[in-house]
Design a protein around this ligand. Sequence first.
Ligand SMILES: [Mn+2]
Length: 324
Amino acid sequence: MFKEFIEKIKNYNRIGVISHIRPDGDCIGAQVGLSLWLQKNGFEAEAFNDDDVPVNLEWLQEKFTVQEFDIEKIATFDLLILVDGNALHRFSHSDNWYKGMDMPVWMIDHHPDPNDEFDLQISVPGASSTCELIYNLYKEHNPEQLDTSAAMALYTGIITDTGSLQFDSVTPETLEAVADILRRGDFKPNIVAEQVFSTKTEAQYKLLSLALGTIKLYESNQIAVMYVTQEMLKETGTTNSDTEGFVSYPLSIAGVKAAILLKDLDEEGVKMSLRSRSDVDVNVWARQLDGGGHKKAAGAWHPGPLEQAIDDVIEIGKKQLKKA
Ligand SMILES: [Mn+2]
């Protein structure tokens, strides 16, 4: 998988590693894991993200610092490696951030349908996570280099991108990777799980209770919809990022094939998280609403208002149900 990568990377020295906007456990874990690999192998590596690292992942910053996205600084690297996204625009809020960058840009990712805009790509759409791919880099090159810091970073990404190893993207290879990561990293998995998952606040639960009250089922209970409004955020003193993981509640209702969480952001329109636990392809669904992602998890956007967004998302969902 990484033969060409390992061979060609020797031509570079200063390498910038970038993870996608609105970062999650997999992109930060992969970024930290890859940056540590580069450092161990004599490269000068620096890591960037155009958003703040989420609070539950801040501890990963102690292993390798993820800096603020600085276009002028990024332009000085010999090579850029983008992790956990397959289109350049996923990596900054500023449009065309890559214009004027004359170094090669590589990517390592597991999302379907990669854009053809990279000088080298490790694209494995079937993989559980980008962190599983970075694990393969260590394995193919020199497994001895997988120390505790790198192992904890990669473990974080694998468990966050697979719903704690519950999704159908989990393969025997994933579990073998996890076993090797735990053995070599010599850490207790609950230490990572507690830092990543047990960081909820009371305000978040107040918001969750309001959101749960909005759950509605459509199409003979096959589609579940839940939403969060600006008023609900105000009432509970929470922000958008506090809705992380909410969509798993409507998705776990018996008989539900797909669930959508809508976030009414006022002037910015309505953001949607779509999840499937069936043959319903929410990537195709989301692509009709200015978004995309994976078959089982995707994001989309609607100009609003909220009621219209719900109507439209259900309308498209009906057709998706028929195809599945
Ligand atoms: Mn991922």
